[in-house]
Design a protein around this ligand. Structure first.
Ligand code: ZN
Length: 73
């Protein structure tokens, strides 16, 4: 089984992440994040949580009662 980054499509082989033109059809693939995309995504999540902490949901586009972390009604 190989691991493919769900964000940039790099594939981990021997502990290194690189782009593969073709993944053999007989190999099972699981998805995750490469180290670069993991750091990038973590920063995006931290930005989102930071925005939530100060009450800025302008870019989320959900009504107040549907926002992440709000109680369900
Ligand atoms: Zn990636």
């Amino acid at each position: 089984m190989i691991r493919r980054c769900c964000k940039c499509d790099k594939v981990e082989q021997g502990g290194k992440w690189r782009y593969l033109q073709l993944v053999p059809a007989d190999i099972r693939v699981t998805h995750g994040y490469c180290p670069e995309c993991f750091a990038e995504t973590l920063a995006e999540i931290e930005d989102f949580i930071g925005a939530k902490a100060i009450g800025d949901f302008g870019t989320v586009g959900l009504p107040a009662h549907r926002r992440l972390g709000s109680s369900c009604v």
